[in-house]
Design a protein around this ligand. Sequence first.
Ligand SMILES: Nc1ncnc2c1ncn2[C@@H]1O[C@H](COP(=O)(O)OP(=O)(O)OP(=O)(O)O)[C@@H](O)[C@H]1O
Length: 231
Amino acid sequence: MLRFENIRKSYTTGDVTVDALKGVAAHIHAGETVSLCGPSGSGKSTLLNICGLLDERYQGEIWINDRPIPKQKSALTQIRREKLGFIFQRYNLIPVMSVFENIEYPLLMLNLNKQQRMDRVVEIVHKVGLKDHISKRPDQLSGGQQQRVAIARALVKKPELVIADEPTANLDTPTANMVMDLMRDLGNDMGTTFIIATHDHRMTDRCHRVLNLADGHITEQLQQADNRRAG
Ligand SMILES: Nc1ncnc2c1ncn2[C@@H]1O[C@H](COP(=O)(O)OP(=O)(O)OP(=O)(O)O)[C@@H](O)[C@H]1O
């Protein structure tokens, strides 16, 4: 689904240049959940931003479904809108909007009428178990419920790829496990591919594959045999 080769990225501040990614490559298959692990500063966020088409200033090549990804901002924005969803550590919900409006928001950029948007939101709200909270605002929900809204918002467009940055970092263990299981089950259901940057072993245990980053290199790829998707 997503392939990248020889990705290099440096940051220059004054006279100091940091080589954050030093030529990384991987092939992520459709429907796979892959976690990106590594110590602080190893390059996880940098790689996640590049895979999420949020940064066009890098060297190397990316393909999505065998099509090379261009490096022009406007082209990347278009591909992001059509194919990608995002989940963040701090949920990033819009505080003045209800759960329904937060989830509907990404659909406003697609060519759907009100009824079609409503049907999509209602379907995903049921899947994430929030039908009784649809009119509430984010500050009336627990952290786990807010992250479920964020998952629904990321998936309501039926994206091919979801990029998640430390999605369980602010959650206690039972809630983190529930959120992770929800992402995996919805991914299985909808055939979504996930790339998840995390320090959290509760999370990596539930992924199909782990890519370990160290000092700008992918040092190890671990297949999690028990989590491999049937077929
Ligand atoms: N905007 C920036 N300007 C300068 N250096 C940066 C910038 N962003 C990241 N870096 C450097 O690039 C390297 C990789 O950073 P990155 O944020 O990708 O690591 P990370 O693994 O996500 O770390 P963390 O787990 O702490 O978020 C680090 O040495 C970092 O200091």
